[in-house]
Design a protein around this ligand. Structure first.
Ligand code: TPP
Length: 365
């Protein structure tokens, strides 16, 4: 008899995985997601991969100033978007999380407008590329300083608890971020306060070129949860359904008043750290080739194909459709007027302070 639901045990030694490399369901409970949701998850992963490839081309052709590729992180990111209540819960993502914001429902035009610094950007082209946000979807816009978004994530969660709103916060970050004081201070306080927050570490074992073993003496990140007084889960971050089920359990535990959790999704970063990095200096082609064998898209695609939910034809049709959408958006953005320079000075404060007004006058003449 197969169980309906799994309660995952924290501090598991092996990463939790629910689908095999061949795409077989290996869990001791039934997958209760509807076919449509399973297909949507894969389509979002595929769209995120194609978006990443398009971002790199836009950067190479001078239309984007900077890119931090997310290929290899799609499973964790898309799973997180499905685990939360969209528009109710709050997300505090980091710069590599465009798969997450897309799967949360951020329109492609908003994403592309943001990364290209367009006039159509809802953040008025004031953020660096790779710093997503959305007022409608409760996506907090972070600063570039690593881990600096984690304390405000915890602050928001504590406020939700005090006000008994029933909301949850999910914040994500890389393994490098866990070496920052901000991470420690925030997760420690979340544990002490029983804040309704899920910490998702997308561990790609690199912080630019710095290896995981130079980042911490601990065997993994999940185990650190014990010291902060919360459960820690090690998850195969290349398995979208494992990430989904674990994150969903943590989100609902937080909502039920059981406090925070730390989830470590073991992912791979297929691209360079960013467009300012040459990863061939610190890792070999063979290493990359090996990583790609575990591509999260391949695994989910095989899972769907095994159930007759996806085919080569579906793949080609979807790719064609989404690439067409990208192109139409890029054409629209190319036609948009330039960002007015005065935007730089507006909205810094609710009412413009005299020194900002002076700078604006000096700048615009
Ligand atoms: C406080 C701070 N220190 C250093 C940097 C430079 N920096 C940008 S990204 C990065 C690596 C972060 O690695 P990780 O948290 O593992 O995330 P990943 O990029 O691997 O996804 C560093 C050191 C920064 N932005 N902020």
């Amino acid at each position: 008899m197969i169980a309906d639901k799994q309660n995952f045990s924290p501090f598991n030694e092996e990463p939790i995985s629910l689908i095999s490399q061949a795409g077989e369901w290996t869990a001791p409970f039934a997958c209760d997601l509807k076919d449509e949701q399973l297909k949507t998850m894969y389509q979002q992963m595929l769209a995120a991969r194609l978006m990443d490839e398009r971002f790199i081309k836009l950067q190479r052709s001078g239309k984007m100033s900077f890119v931090a590729p997310h290929s290899g992180h799609e499973a964790a990111q898309i799973a997180a978007a499905h685990a939360v209540r969209v528009g109710t819960d709050w997300l505090f993502p980091y710069y590599r999380d465009y798969g997450m914001t897309y799967a949360l429902g951020e329109p492609l035009i908003e994403i592309f407008a943001q990364v290209t610094g367009s006039r159509l950007d809802t953040a008025k082209a004031r953020q660096m590329p790779m710093h997503p946000s959305s007022k409608e979807l409760n996506i907090f816009t972070g600063a570039s300083a690593i881990a600096s978004h984690i304390p405000p994530a915890v602050g928001a969660a504590i406020s939700m608890k005090i006000r008994e709103t029933g909301q949850v916060v999910l914040t994500s970050f890389g393994d490098g971020a866990t070496s920052e004081g901000d991470f420690h201070a925030a997760i420690n306080y979340a544990g002490a306060q029983g804040a309704p927050v899920v910490f998702l570490c997308e561990n790609n074992r690199l912080a630019i070129s710095v290896d995981f073993n130079k980042q911490t003496g601990a065997e993994n990140i999940a185990i650190k949860a014990k010291a902060y007084g919360m459960p820690g889960y090690l998850v195969d971050g290349m398995d979208v359904l494992a990430c989904y089920y674990v994150l969903q359990e943590c989100v609902e535990n937080a909502r039920a008043g059981l406090g925070p959790s730390l989830v470590e999704a073991q992912v791979q970063r297929f691209g360079a750290h960013s467009s300012a990095d040459d990863d061939s200096i610190y890792r070999s082609k063979e290493e990359l080739e090996q990583m790609r064998q575990r591509d999260p898209l391949l695994r989910m695609r095989r899972f769907l194909e095994n159930q007759g939910l996806w085919s080569e034809r579906d793949e080609n049709l979807f790719k064609k459709e989404i690439l067409g959408e990208f192109q139409a958006i890029i054409d629209t953005l190319a036609e948009a007027e330039k960002v007015p320079l005065e935007w730089m000075f507006d909205d810094v404060y609710a009412e413009m302070l005299p020194h900002i007004a002076e700078q604006k006058k000096d700048f615009l003449g």
